[in-house]
Design a binder for this molecule. Structure first.
Ligand code: SF4
Length: 346
């Protein structure tokens, strides 16, 4: 579905070149939920925006490969990318209130997306009633019917009546579901969900994650789930990629990563994540902060915060090596490769 090799996203600024994403590899197979985790500022969202080609000037994206269903996205025209966005790749953001239009009913916003991307009817920003008169009742009612179906599929109760509500009349969890409904209304092949549950309480979070799972079954959509929350990944993903300061540092199946974390950053993330059996005082916050992307240390980016760092870590750029079962790789010079082989230079 998605194949990324050596993706870099850089911004020229008066202070110098900011490297937000630095030589990242990632792939998503058909029907997979793949997690991308890391602290704020690690480059996760810029990576997602780079896949969508939504990085604004002066950002520049380069890659050895950025293939979506085998097609090179970096060679697409802006018009072609507009067609791909929404039709084939959709995105759900953290804050649905900022993504929904407060002056249009939720149902009409979904219907609008359906018309825009599936050519069911023209997209005209007019009140729904007037629009029905202008574009014809049949097209408008078909997109409206589809909007209700979508609200039903994301478990909004009484979808017919709730479709006429405005976003402020929805709870936080319902707004996020409405965003998912909009993202899915054109049946994309790939859904990129950027911190979709961060603003929600734990119960609603669990319902939204459940929703993402059923999306796979109903819509056959692959999902890239971006989060800083390892618990969300553990609940949801088939595989996990851990990102730090613009680079991937570890990747594995979810089961392998949680049972056998190898990179010191992943270990530190896990130690700082609350678990049911962990007393709050046992949590260990990671000291320091993610370095500014303009001030990335040479060699291992995690070295200034790493409890295992030695002199060489400040001099050598650590390459990936296999550290566990077949798909488990980490970029750390203090981990012996299980097969004696260093995989690639970052
Ligand atoms: S390469 Fe060195 S500094 Fe980097 S994570 Fe491994 S031990 Fe820590």
């Amino acid at each position: 579905m998605l194949q990324i090799e050596n993706l870099r996203t850089e911004f020229e600024t008066p202070r110098g070149t900011v490297t937000a994403v630095n030589g990242v590899d990632l792939h998503i197979d058909n029907g997979e939920i793949v997690g991308l985790v890391g602290e704020s500022g690690s480059g996760k969202s810029v990576l997602a925006q780079s896949v969508m080609r939504l990085v604004e000037d002066p950002g520049e994206i380069t890659a050895d490969e950025l293939l979506f269903k085998g097609e090179p996205l970096l060679e697409k025209s802006e018009a072609e990318m507009t067609t791909i966005r929404g039709n084939e790749i959709s995105m759900v953001f953290q804050d649905p209130m900022n993504s929904l239009n407060p002056t249009i009913t939720v149902g009409e916003q979904i219907a609008e997306t359906v018309r825009l991307h599936q050519d069911i009817g023209e997209s005209i920003s007019l009140p729904a009633e007037m629009k029905r008169k202008i574009i014809g009742a049949s097209k408008a009612s078909e997109s409206w019917r589809r909007a209700i179906e979508m609200l039903e599929s994301v478990q909004i109760p009484h979808p017919e009546s709730r479709a006429t509500d405005y976003p402020h009349e929805f709870s936080g969890g319902m707004r996020q579901r409405a965003m998912i409904a909009i993202a899915l209304s054109c049946e994309p092949d790939l859904l990129i969900a950027d911190e979709p549950t961060t603003a929600l309480d734990v119960t609603i979070q669990a319902q939204i994650l459940e929703e993402l799972h059923s999306i796979l079954e109903v819509f056959d959509t692959s999902i890239l789930l971006i989060t800083h929350d390892l618990a969300v990944v553990a609940e949801t993903c088939d595989r996990v990629n851990v990102m730090y300061a613009g680079e991937m540092v570890e990747r594995a199946t979810t089961r392998e990563l949680f049972s056998n974390p190898q990179h010191p950053y992943t270990q530190a993330l896990l130690a700082s994540t609350p678990q049911v059996e962990t007393a709050v005082e046992e949590l260990e916050p990671i000291p320091g902060t993610v370095p500014e992307p303009i001030d990335i240390p040479y060699a291992c980016h995690f070295a200034p915060r790493c409890p295992e760092a030695k002199e060489e870590c400040f001099e050598v750029d650590p390459a990936f090596r296999r550290v566990g079962s077949e798909d488990h790789e980490a970029a750390c010079i203090r981990r012996e490769p299980v097969d004696g082989e260093v995989i690639e230079n970052e």
